[in-house]
Design a binder for this molecule. Structure first.
Ligand code: SD4
Length: 344
């Protein structure tokens, strides 16, 4: 996974150079997607460029933002090598893979599922909660019951690799949700190798799109923190925390330690900051500052939370607590991967 991320980072950053050279757009600071700013799709983490590519096809064919995001997220949910989302996700401490997802559209409609088991595409169940029920959130057994009634198949989301990582984790049972893989790598340079699973805790997909019609939507999907307590839910399916969309202003989504993101109501905070005139990057930075302020710098050094945002004009931006967060963006000028700025 690390290799895959590195490869993507290098290859896409390479093409970013060409992209910047040819178009003269800024993608690193208060990113402008350029004059032809519609459509735009942006995802947390470089490997999700492959999800963007699928979403892009739908957007470029004049499709709706939410349709594009749903299909894009399916790619990551079905990818067994992504250990933070759907199939292949690392389980909770009882060995059960439980997934969380939400969607929000241009009219402020939203739907979410939490602690859902056995379903390959939770994002589609979240969408149906929005479209077919009078509710916004369904949890656990109830969410599964609803998914099955809608024709979703029951599948085993625990891959042999994830099961192995869990069994390794059981040897120490040490819960360390805080670190991104790049950071761990740095920290562990002179230390014994960590067990698989502890090396990779963040790859949740949060995805935002502005379609040709000028409408914004967002979606998010995760298997949550590896080896979490049974029943634990993070920010990802919580509207306002892991995702928020206001079609008049912009949209934001998150990745990282969900507890911290929930505490500052991260995505809603960012959209409100953009409403008050901040750029997407500056708005993301404000949410990060709140997390760091609450925790203090020393504690915050050991936790990661990253945000991405887009405004109504198609400008995108991001910010994270510590080094190592990146995002994938796709515009009329092609795909690019960008390293987010970080606070400490
Ligand atoms: C959570 N925010 O459940 C998610 C975890 C995450 O990449 O982002 N992983 O807290």
């Amino acid at each position: 996974m690390l290799e895959r991320r590195r490869f993507l980072q290098h290859s896409v950053l390479g093409s970013l150079g060409i992209f910047l050279g040819k178009q003269g757009f800024s993608l690193s600071n208060g990113t402008k997607a350029g004059a032809q700013s519609k459509p735009v799709v942006i995802s947390t983490w470089a490997p999700n460029q492959k999800a963007n590519a699928v979403a892009w096809k739908i957007l470029a064919a004049n499709g709706k933002a939410l349709d594009a995001l749903e299909k894009g997220i399916h790619v990551t949910e079905a990818d067994p090598t992504d250990q933070s989302v759907g199939y292949g996700g690392l389980p909770d401490r009882d060995g059960r893979v439980t997934v969380d997802s939400c969607v929000m559209d241009e009219r402020g409609n939203c739907g979410a599922v939490m602690c859902l088991e056995h379903i390959l595409h939770p994002v589609s169940v979240a969408r149906l909660v929005m479209e077919k029920t009078p509710h916004v959130q369904l949890v656990g057994e109830g969410a599964l019951k609803f998914a099955l009634s809608e024709g979703f198949e029951k599948v085993n989301l625990l891959t042999p690799e994830a099961e192995k990582a869990w069994k390794n984790w059981l040897k120490t049972s040490k819960y360390d949700p805080m670190i991104t893989v790049e950071h761990l790598e740095e920290r562990n340079k002179n230390q014994p190798k960590q067990v698989p699973g502890q090396q990779h805790n963040h790859d949740t997909i949060g995805m935002l799109a502005l379609d040709m019609h000028g409408n914004l939507s967002g979606a998010c999907s995760t298997s949550g923190m590896a080896f979490k307590m049974a029943g634990r839910v993070g920010d990802s399916p919580i509207i306002g925390a892991g995702l928020y969309v206001d079609n008049e202003v912009g949209a934001a989504t998150a990745t990282g330690v969900g507890e911290e993101i929930v505490r500052v109501c991260g995505s809603h905070t960012i959209v409100e900051m953009m409403r008050n005139g901040l750029s997407p990057e500056a708005a993301c930075k404000k949410a990060v500052e709140r997390i760091v302020k609450r925790n203090g710098i020393e504690k915050a050094r050991n936790l990661q939370a990253g945000f991405i945002a887009i405004n109504k004009q198609g400008e995108v931006g991001a910010y994270s607590v510590i080094k190592g967060f990146n995002y994938a963006v796709h515009t009329n000028n092609g795909p690019a991967t960008v390293d987010a700025k970080f606070l400490i």
